[in-house]
Design a protein around this ligand. Sequence first.
Ligand SMILES: [Zn+2]
Length: 301
Amino acid sequence: MTARSSAITIDVDSLRFYREIHGLPPAPIEDDPIYTVAMPRFWELIDEMRRPPTLFLIGEDAPRHPAAFEAAKAVGAEIGNHSFAHDYRLTTRSSADIRADLSRAHEALLPLSPDARITGFRAPGYNVSPALLAVVKELGYRYDSSLLPSPLYFGLRAAAIAMYRVLGRPSRSLTGELRAFSGTQAPHPIDADLIELPITCEPLTRAPLFGTSWVVASDRLRRFMLNSALKRLDLINFEMHGIDLLDSTDRGVPPELAASQRDLKVPVREKMRAFRQLFRELAEHTDVRTLGTLAVEGALS
Ligand SMILES: [Zn+2]
């Protein structure tokens, strides 16, 4: 079996949320480099490969940076809903609060969508619940792409959250439930109208094959992860974050964040080379589509 389709997806998470993850005190970030530095780099990569990506945007932040998403139209990019407030504890809220957050994000993000539609959702922090998915369905969406079926990632994140608690600087991250991190990574129906498109992990180890692991891996490890996924999966749903295209020398990246977020130490030149190589290989070996196209056209059966 070989991967026939792939999607390049980016969660455009503002830098302030990384402060929350690492338990750092809130501080205003003027002119957030995620929008002004990382996004232009992302479009440079996309321009070279000429395939449409899927962008999951935060309703509260993205509309303040419309210039960062102007390039979406020319390449037919898809805009997806990544919630309004990017609340890592969204699954612990009431259904009414979840509905209010997701609807508000939907309205805020519509003007950024090239086709004036939003049909997909990705949860903050990979945590979903039946109540959250019910709201996604109510919005008329066709797919959810929140699951990261990696027990390894679940364990590492739980350890990090526990460590920050011991250090007296609690993280906003939610440990979540192991069950959600250990299921299938094949696309599967949630119900008749809604499909789950899990984020891709290397199939043998279930190590996430996503932006952060891609930039810190050696060339040899990258080759192993990608070849294994190409060989064993029908769909590669590659997830990256805006922060994957920044390094600690970029203007506006707080030094205390660079000290906690180790992948910021990888020079951006090296990161761009790594992503360029990945995107080239995906374009060569698979049909690169948006998640929305894949979900709607049923290209996954
Ligand atoms: Zn996010």
